[in-house]
Design a protein around this ligand. Sequence first.
Ligand code: AHR
Length: 666
Amino acid sequence: MKKSNRQLAGKNRYNLFNAIALTGIGILFSVTVIGQPVKDVKKISSDLFGLFFEDINYSADGGLYAELVQNRSFEYNPTERSEWNPFSYWEYISPGFSYGRVSVETSAPLHPNNPHYLVLDVEHVGKEVKFVGNSGVGLKNSGFDGMVVKTNDQYNFSMFVRQLSKDPISFTVSLQTPKGEVIAESKITTSSNDWNKYTSSLIPTQSCDTASLVILATTEGKFAIDMASLFPEKTFKNRPNGLRADLAQLLSDMKPRFIRFPGGCLVHGDGLGNMYRWENTIGPIEQRKEQRNIWGYHQTAGLGYFEYFQFCEDIGAKPLPVLPAAVSCQNSGGTWRIGGTGQKAVPISEMQDYIQEVLDLIEWANGPTTSTWGAKRAAAGHPDPFNLQYVGIGNEDKITPEFEERFAMISKAVKEKHPEITIVGTAGPFHSGEDFEKGWKIANDLNIPVVDEHYYTDPKWFISNQYRYDKYDRTKGEVYLGEYASWGNKMRNAISEAAYMTALERNGDVVRMASYAPLLAKKNFTQWKTDMIFFDNVTTCPTPNYYVQKMFTANQGDYYFDKVITKDEKDNSLASSCVQDSKTGDVILKLVNYNETTKPMKINLGKFGKIATEGEQTVLAGSPDAENTFANTKNIVPTSSVVKIKKSFDYSSPAMSLTVIRIKTK
Ligand code: AHR
């Protein structure tokens, strides 16, 4: 049987020969210590710090997903917001004294998963000589509070149209400023009485942060329209149907080891009908099943499983998809107000189908192209497997008998069919309490290798609980701290998290993974107050918490060394860790000071053989209440410098700070 990292770590000591045998890292460690026992070191998880992405706070639609049109498929409806309907965010226009009619129809849709579309009957296109501009009947969409377009960049427009009258319909498609100035224009003429996709490119002659898309029929006739979309060509890595480049770049810069997706509460959903079903989110976008987002808006599923796996691959992160444990959120129907009694369970008679859906995901991700689901992955443009290693089952569910029965059925089936997959279980929404205890018990009884803990709490809690995982039983399941944050985005919050993260590294033999939550939040569309990166259509505003996360995610190691950094051990506002990355050989020190004054620390690198005489030092420091705002997005940013390194040196840790020092050993 394969041994876990913890078993391999043995008595917290190794020597180079062990290191070579365990990791194949060869001569990474200094020759001067070959054969010498190196004390106070242990193997830790190489997947420790990653990201958790959930479509909350307009993180996907209107956020990371680069689509510029809002309600592109006319599927908005009143179950999402009472004032919404399929025509929301669209405007009927008839410039040049034209007239016509518009209706929402469902009788012959583009695809059954995408039932609503518009029919426009262009009765008259005005020909008044006094009118300057294009006359016709059509539609205008201003996206998510205006579309941001840049001079000379290319924007790819597409729409599905079914010509309902005899003659072809001509369209002028344009980008316009709020004053109606046309800054890009293209022409399209229909050629079919069936649904057909038409595309064109728009290249603005000037930049505009509040542009609108105008689709104007300039000939008389009748047509149906659906899936009207506009994407920048310059998405992250220029992927079609891709991600907003600046936001994706911020995530990529963090070098996360994994990404958990799609939730969060989003995954188990508000009632059974609202569960996130992965199969609905792959394939052509016009065939995906859209649905109400549990956070009070609409989910196009345009950023679906394929785009998620592709993004993971693009930034070198392992995917960690989470599937519902066949129960809905305990707060379904708003029962959080009365204590969360709304959990609904998939009927046992339907569980085999549900389990098959879970197994299908693994086949879709890893199966050969000759398999049913592997073929779908290949058809989407990815014949190579995605090398899925982890699958989460459940999200902080209420641990009821219904949950337990279904979780056991799903995990048994996954283990039997895919012993190579590491299952991640769930232990409720708090750091302690009934669901926490029961979740862990079930997981341990079922030999679930990793269990997902969640907690959002006060910065002081993080400072006082730095020894939580030192006490964890190393013979039981490992921890995935899947969601955590101290309540706030000020420096004190970020630095309390930094202190806690050194403890996660120290306990990287029992903590397999950790991810801050939530990740993204759009200004004025935020449902969850404390987040890692705020943004609007133009600007990104990473918080101090982002920089702390980045300094840890981009500086991970797979061996933890104790007794390298000395500090006042009685002061729990001071924290530190030392890891080594066996791939690069780099030794990485993290020094945290949660006090409001400078504090001394001593570093002794004696246990490392040859070390470089210079290191890369990054410091994040600021007053406890300092934060980043849209008015000053760079108030708190880390500063980097090259510093002299000796085998032994003193460090004055600035007030309220995190310092990372990276030192080469070869
Ligand atoms: O991260 C925000 C929410 O917090 C998640 O959706 C849920 O899992 C937790 O309660």
